[in-house]
Design a protein around this ligand. Structure first.
Ligand SMILES: [Zn+2]
Ligand SMILES: [Zn+2]
Length: 108
């Protein structure tokens, strides 16, 4: 006979107030890993993780054109040119001027 000390319990999400099931298996897993009882539903946890991930994944580089410090969401390859927002925009504008494309005008 297995001694099952865990039972499915219902928890309320701290963020959105949704009730979610913290299953016996999850409880066992969390206990094994030494995690604290989750305060948020899986959806909010996922959203937070994603947010943290996107916040963390920025690299500080110096613009290849003007030398200004900027951040990019990808790891710049060595020898590859990286531009700051201004230079990137300028480059894009030049590109657009060279090969005009119809773009929606921004609403004022
Ligand atoms: Zn939630
Ligand atoms: Zn620049």
């Amino acid at each position: 006979m297995f001694e099952n000390t865990y039972q499915d319990i219902e928890l309320t999400c701290e963020d959105c107030g949704t009730t979610f099931v913290f299953s016996a298996e999850e409880q066992e897993f969390y206990a094994e890993k030494g995690f604290a009882t989750p305060k948020r539903c899986p959806e909010c946890r996922h959203a937070r993780k994603k947010q943290r991930f996107s916040n963390r994944k920025r690299y500080t580089v110096n613009c290849s054109k003007c030398g200004a410090e900027t951040t990019v969401p990808f790891k710049p390859k060595e020898g590859k040119e990286v531009y700051c927002v201004d230079c990137y925009k300028a480059a894009k504008e030049q590109e657009a001027a060279a090969a005009p494309v119809v773009e929606e005008a921004p609403a004022e």
